[in-house]
Design a protein around this ligand. Structure first.
Ligand code: C5J
Length: 220
């Protein structure tokens, strides 16, 4: 067993039963011209964490542990995209529209892919998800059960949307969850801060938080 001096108290885990889940580090959220930018966001906030997420992935690779990458994207015919999701708000382009990195948030398009620096290596799992939560309408739950995973470390974007939603889904399914706080980011720094605080409040009501250095030190 390993222990991380996490917040709000120590996080103890068996590495063999622990997986890293990297949420939606996709070009559509991180690079100019993608979904995040169509919503009026400053994507440079998100691109800044790419090296830190890379360090966390490297620590899990070095330890030979399960690594799962998710991508928020939809089928080309949009049959898995609720009209409410596509039509909400006033983005400059909607899901499925042609953009500078292909159709926005569509599976197989360049924009839906993970940024090249963090691309999955052979043996790592990539899950395409139509929702904000990675358990909804995917095989994630089955994959974790097959591998006897009980503990999850989270990274990725955005903290208060897909990362927090997936952590809450995982928490309700009985997983012990830790968020690597410097390997996640939001377009809204105040939302990231609030999400981290609410995750670990009330005795880790959703989960724990720690830095990448702390996680890497425990795995090393
Ligand atoms: C959003 C995500 N923010 N991956 N997606 O729409 O958090």
């Amino acid at each position: 067993m390993k222990t991380i001096a996490a917040q709000p108290f120590d996080f103890t885990f068996d590495p063999a039963c622990t997986a890293l889940i990297v949420i939606d580090m996709q070009r559509d959220f991180i690079e100019p011209g993608g979904f995040g930018a169509t919503l009026g966001n400053d994507v440079s906030l998100l691109s800044a964490i790419v090296p830190t997420v890379g360090r966390l992935i490297g620590a899990f690779r070095a330890a030979g542990l399960t690594i799962i990458h998710t991508r928020e994207c939809h089928r080309p015919d949009l049959s898995d995209c609720p009209p409410a999701k596509r039509l909400r708000g006033k983005p400059s382009m909607r899901i499925g529209d042609p953009g500078s990195m292909g159709r926005i948030l569509i599976a197989g398009e360049p924009g839906a892919d993970i940024v090249p620096e963090l691309a999955a290596k052979p043996g790592e799992i990539v899950i395409d998800k139509p929702g904000k939560g990675a358990f909804y309408a995917t095989r994630l739950g089955d994959i974790l059960a097959e591998r006897k995973i009980t503990h999850l470390v989270f990274a990725g974007v955005t903290t208060e949307v897909c990362v927090q939603t997936t952590m809450r889904e995982a928490n309700d399914r009985g997983f012990e969850c830790l968020l690597a706080e410097d390997a996640t980011e939001s377009y809204f720094p105040e939302f990231k801060k609030a999400a981290i605080e609410m995750i670990r409040a009330q005795g880790a009501i959703v989960g724990w938080t720690a830095t990448v250095d702390q996680v890497a030190a425990a795995l090393g």
